[in-house]
Design a protein around this ligand. Sequence first.
Ligand code: PLP
Length: 365
Amino acid sequence: MIPITVVDVADAEPLVLEVLRSGVIAQGPMVKRFEDAFAEVAGVPHAVAVNNGTTALVAAIEVLDLQPGDEVVTTPFTFVATLNAILEAGATARFADISRTDFNLDPNSVADAVTDRTKVLMPVHLYGQTADMGKLVPLAEEHGLALVEDAAQAVGATFDGRPAGSYGIGCFSLYATKNVTTAEGGVITTGDAALADRLRVLRNQGMRARYQYEVAGHNYRMTDLHAAVGIPQLEKLATLTDARRRNATALSEGLAGIPGLETPAVLPGREHVWHQYTVLVTEDAAVDRDEFAAKLTERGIGNGIYYPKLVFDYDCYRDHPRVIASDAPVATKVAEQALSLPVHPKLTAGDIDTIVTTVREVLGA
Ligand SMILES: *Cc1c(COP(=O)(O)O)cnc(C)c1O
């Protein structure tokens, strides 16, 4: 079996042991060290580590001081955390459609979705490629919207040379399967020192100094044990990302020209970090997407469907007063056709050959 993802944190052992032996195991100096390294790697001035990517998003929305009824416009083609964070922060979610070329928010659709209650634009940099920030940033400025980037899958990705998470408030996930992991964890990034300060207070029960509370806060702290798991990965992130890029290039070469199979595009001016390598299985393919997935699994090729439905298309959101569902024909189609293949840094050249040969077999090409 070639797995869709491999978690390799074995080289964190010395640092983790150092934390265990120090007796300082909750948030302490290792978290600070992780934050400094993350800010450097991500190309942002301030990084605030938290306990997961979802709370990173909640905190990023909370510091914007929204009023009841204020709306966040985001994509319906995302992991459920994007939506849950908006709701947890007390805001209302509204959706725009995506573009089939990058799977991310379509700026034209965003322009149509904005109302006079819209206060935040939340693009998701899905699969490791940024949204079209060249159009979304001016759009946000024009409508006076704050920009919160769900960069959970996009550590190190750039648009016009500028890193994901540096355009607005950036929110990263460090979940086990993400490109950088601390098992569970998250990071909020910003260029605004005052905002970073507020986020640090919010993360720690709203506490500035011992028993000096400034806001109703949370316990969103990361632990030094978790930070120790992540630090060695930041040191070698460029190498790991290069391996993902090489794998993606080899897959796209090997899978070119198969009827009914669209390989993922890297758009001009964007550096993709390949959290996922996602193909579209169209009507012209020999089998449909679900059958394709089943046959790959049967033949030992790990694969994943991210995501099988639009994020609001579940009963628990159907009558939710703060979820404003809307038609998203492109996202709906993509959710029927998308399938991710292994692209992680542990793949060998032999693995890539096996994936290519098996996909060709299954699709009769
Ligand atoms: C992983 C992920 C999150 C949430 O991160 P957690 O660390 O699991 O809480 C949010 N948005 C997207 C797009 C993600 O992939």
